[in-house]
Design a protein around this ligand. Structure first.
Ligand SMILES: [Zn+2]
Length: 350
């Protein structure tokens, strides 16, 4: 117990905001500062620091515990007026997002795979032999022409790639461009395309430039990682629009847009905390992280989402299930459209 709180140190004006105070007031009724005229000692100074810290800390703890144990309740209680008990949902969501973005950059190791001088026939013979010696493989797999004829670490010209029409639709031209550029870094885009017998079109030039920015020949993996990493950012930006869907589906409830928004922020705070934990676990044990995140996205998160809807909007089981069923494809469609827009922006800008 600090001596600063004693009656003998109380004043008649608040030192912070100059509001007139009564000697009976422990705290200023205007700004909340402790009514004390006592000069600070070192002990008081640190106590002040710790009590501020603890006040936020306990709100943060209340919020996290509530989010993990009682889905949807925090948002409802916050809207009903329990504002001092919890950290501000937007502020919490903002902090959690920043932590999530940091966790992505920690886990992002760079493997700089180069090209190797595999020729087309060499790779087919090598792979064919290994496939033949493996008795567990089905005939179907051996006949997989794609895996026999191409290797992402090799360089192919347009004719070789267009031999099988499908290869032009997958990532092989990109890895070919990348390998060519690694082998002949001095050559311009136009010269490289000419030697690879690709037409000098706008898209080929664009893809050649993009190919240089890849860190490995695992093009599909890098692209999917890129989207996985951008997804939280996409959700972060589009949450106010995403919230419109709650508003639409629950249009007959007397809940305003801001209250729906509080619900969205707390729901995604939960998802983002879990994603951060999975990212960190991924650094320690990749398999365990994959199993846990797979389980969560398939089973745990849908259940959590359902529980949140039920606790927040307080509708019956069947009504909630119906709305759950309507909301999921709406989100899917929305994220799909956003991802396509992002992809176009991504190709042009990055
Ligand atoms: Zn005051």
């Amino acid at each position: 117990m600090s001596t600063r709180k004693l009656r003998q140190f109380r004043g008649t004006t608040c030192l912070n905001c100059e509001t007139a105070l009564d000697i009976s007031e422990k705290y200023c009724h205007q700004c909340g500062q402790l009514n004390s005229t006592k000069k600070l000692t070192i002990a008081d100074f640190f106590e002040e620091f710790l009590s501020n810290f603890y006040a936020y800390d306990s709100r943060l703890r209340n919020s996290i515990v509530s989010i993990f144990t009682k889905p949807g309740i925090l948002a409802r209680e916050f809207n009903e007026g329990k504002r001092q008990k919890y950290a501000n949902p937007f502020r919490l969501f903002l902090s959690v997002s920043i932590v999530l973005f940091i966790s992505f950059s920690i886990g992002n190791e760079t493997v700089n795979l180069g090209y190797s001088e595999y020729t087309k026939n060499e790779i087919s013979e090598k792979q064919f032999d290994s496939l033949k010696s493996n008795k567990h493989l089905t005939l179907e797999k051996i006949n997989d022409k794609y895996s026999l004829m191409y290797h992402t670490d090799s360089i192919y010209n347009y004719k070789e790639l267009s031999f099988d029409n499908n290869t032009l639709l997958n990532s092989l031209p990109i890895s070919t461009f990348r390998n060519f550029n690694l082998k002949y870094p001095g050559k311009t885009t136009e010269e490289s395309l000419k030697e690879l017998e690709f037409e000098n079109t706008f898209y080929n030039r664009l893809f050649f430039e993009k190919a240089k920015t890849f860190k490995s020949n695992n093009i599909n993996r890098e692209i999917s990682d890129y989207f996985y990493q951008k997804l939280p950012f996409l959700i972060f930006l589009s949450l106010p629009i995403l919230t419109l869907m709650f508003w639409l589906v629950y249009i007959r409830n007397k809940i305003n847009y801001t209250e729906h928004l509080v619900f969205s922020y707390t729901f995604f705070t939960f998802l983002f905390i879990c994603s951060t934990l999975f990212n960190l676990l991924h650094l320690i044990n990749t398999n365990l992280a994959n199993i846990l995140s797979g389980f969560s996205f398939l089973i745990l998160f849908p259940i959590y989402f359902y529980k949140s809807l039920r606790n927040f909007y307080q509708q019956g089981r069947w009504k909630t299930i119906l709305k759950f069923v309507i909301l999921n494809p709406l989100f899917g469609l929305f994220l799909f459209i956003s991802a396509i827009i992002m992809m176009f922006i991504g190709i042009v800008l990055f």
